[in-house]
Write a protein that binds this ligand. Structure first.
Ligand code: CTP
Ligand code: ZN
Length: 154
């Protein structure tokens, strides 16, 4: 590394979300519900050079371990991300994000007449039609959502 480069610091304890497609780090942060006001150190790198992907984004969250639901959420916006759990500076676990078979309660249906958008206590539910490009099908009204619809709701 030359003196012209500045590498983002390693973290002591927490989670590193690596190999996010270039430009999607802020969507990852949003889908996790992180606002930056949590008094945790949050490092976001966008469009940094990557051998494997050309460019990539990285999100490092100190002092936070993601649960499996949070890991699955990331798949909606960054299907190639890898999750590294860090303890005492060492990577103790690597997880691949994976879309669950159904997405419940995270995304709203785009059909205003859908029962999941009515006054009925019905939680939204979608099936994965295709992973890339991401297409979700509403369990209730059959409407199709694209990744842009999901991103637009974050
Ligand atoms: N990392 C970190 N703090 C640590 C340890 C690792 O921020 N204490 C980051 C690294 O900078 C890297 C990611 O966590 O972005 C994964 O670390 P590591 O497995 O050591 O890197 P690679 O071998 O390059 O990972 P991969 O094989 O997944 O590309
Ligand atoms: Zn619907």
């Amino acid at each position: 590394m030359s003196d012209k480069e500045l590498r983002v610091s390693k973290i002591k304890d927490g989670t590193v979300i690596d190999h996010i497609s270039g430009g999607y780090a802020l969507d990852v942060v949003k889908i996790l519900g992180i606002t930056g006001k949590e008094k945790k150190v949050l490092t976001i790198a966008i469009n940094v050079p990557s051998k494997r992907f050309g460019v990539k984004d990285i999100v490092k969250i100190e002092g936070k371990a993601l649960n499996s639901q949070e890991v699955n959420r990331i798949a909606l916006v960054a299907p190639h991300a890898s999750i590294n759990i860090i303890h005492n500076y060492a990577v103790v676990e690597k997880l691949e994000v994976k879309l669950p078979k159904t997405i419940e309660g995270i995304v709203k249906c785009v059909n205003p007449c859908c029962i999941s958008n009515s006054d009925e206590p019905v939680v939204s539910k979608f099936y994965i039609k295709t992973e890339e490009p991401l297409l979700l099908k509403c369990h209730y009204c059959g409407v199709t959502l694209e990744q842009a619809d999901v991103l637009g709701q974050l």
